[in-house]
Design a protein around this ligand. Structure first.
Ligand code: ADP
Ligand code: MN
Ligand code: MN
Ligand code: MN
Length: 347
């Protein structure tokens, strides 16, 4: 065959939470996926009279669903003028990553999600509720674990596609799961997380199961779904003081981060279910009820990373990675320039 299939994937303009879209282009073998276009009036990205939006490929990976030479093509959405579309959050993440590249910022994101079959989470009975939370987290057995076939197929697809997935686990609520991506810098962490999400939805189709990133899929005494961001800079990987300074810096811009960590965050960050209320900011060692947790090994080894537990499952990782770099690296570089270099101090 002289052609391959390229699945162009992009992020739309749906509010309050953007959605993934994709369509297929047949490309001659040996050629890179070219710039393409779509009808922005069907994705909340344009009006009908000026409907064309542009797809600019940024990442091309093997398509593990179709296999062979077929590809997944993650795109940035552009205006016909060549400027980034207002819905394009990747560009700013890439620019922030570049601005603070000397800090070599790393992110490892824990993506929680919930499977639904029809109107109920997978594993919930048609009437009433399953047994209360307690046995489901990292559970085993058909009475406690729901959807493992889908999870395994998704893990397999991510590995075949070359996504830097670092683990999976069953979560606290039945039908709720987590996968981790990273550590990666920005904007790559956003690229890979969005691609892994696309694969999750796509693999779910084969099982007749949908996945949602909604932060509080079941009200009441059931855990919400978050996306903890594990973060480090080269300084933090060498020094505990830099880890504490990062947590302090995040505290100075708490409200701004909360506003940008995903729709419905007030429903999830209640202060119960292993969260800190969105109205408060706290950091602490090993504290799963804090906004920022410093893992115990980090406190012990006096270096490493911190965990921002605030982001919702439905966070845009381009937005969160941009903000975290700006807040932490911005504060660290202000400190650097306020501390005169030793040779600059007059004798
Ligand atoms: P938890 O104990 O909170 O459930 P997980 O094991 O699910 O933690 O996730 C930890 C994440 O932290 C992984 O994605 C891992 O890649 C990431 N990580 C580990 N070290 C670093 C680091 N130095 N900087 C950033 N992320 C890191
Ligand atoms: Mn985890
Ligand atoms: Mn988790
Ligand atoms: Mn965590």
């Amino acid at each position: 065959m002289g052609v391959y299939r390229a699945e162009y994937i992009w992020i739309d303009g749906t509010q309050p939470t953007q959605k993934l879209r994709s369509k297929t282009k047949i490309v001659p073998r040996g050629e890179n996926p070219p710039i393409w276009a779509f009808d922005g009036s069907s994705t909340q990205q344009a009006t009908g009279d000026k409907s064309d939006c542009v797809l600019e490929p940024v990442t091309v990976i093997p398509d593990p669903i179709r296999g062979g030479d077929d590809k997944l093509v993650l795109c940035e959405v552009m205006l016909v003028s060549g400027q980034p579309h207002p819905s394009n959050t990747r560009r700013a993440s890439a620019e922030m990553g570049k601005k603070y590249a000397s800090f070599d910022p790393w992110f490892g994101i824990e993506q929680e999600y919930t499977f639904f079959k029809g109107a109920r989470p997978l594993g919930f009975p048609d009437n009433g509720f399953p047994a209360p939370q307690g046995g489901y987290y990292c559970g085993v057995g058909a009475d406690e674990v729901f959807g493992r076939d889908v999870v395994e197929a998704h893990l397999d697809a991510c590995l075949k596609a070359g996504i830097k997935i670092s683990g999976i686990n069953a979560e606290v609520m039945p039908g709720q799961w987590e996968f981790q991506v990273g550590p990666l810098t920005a904007p790559e962490i956003g690229d890979q997380l969005w691609l892994a999400r696309w694969l999750l939805y796509r693999v779910g189709e084969n099982f007749g199961v949908s996945a949602t990133l909604y932060p509080k899929p079941v009200r009441g005494d059931w855990n919400g779904a978050g996306a903890h961001h594990n973060f480090s800079t080269n300084e933090m990987r060498e020094s505990y003081d830099a880890c504490v300074a990062a947590a302090e810096a995040l505290g100075t811009r708490h409200a701004l981060h909360i506003e940008n960590y995903g729709f419905g965050i007030e429903e999830r960050l209640t202060g119960l279910h292993e969260t800190c209320s969105y109205r408060e900011f706290r950091y602490g060692v090993s504290d799963r009820g804090a906004s920022i947790r410093i893992p115990w090994q980090v406190a012990k080894e006096r270096k490493g990373y911190i965990e921002d537990r605030r982001p919702n499952a439905n966070v845009d990782p381009y937005v969160s990675s941009r903000l975290i770099i700006e807040t932490v690296c911005g504060a660290a570089s202000a400190k650097r320039s306020a501390t005169p270099a030793r040779e600059a101090v007059p004798a």
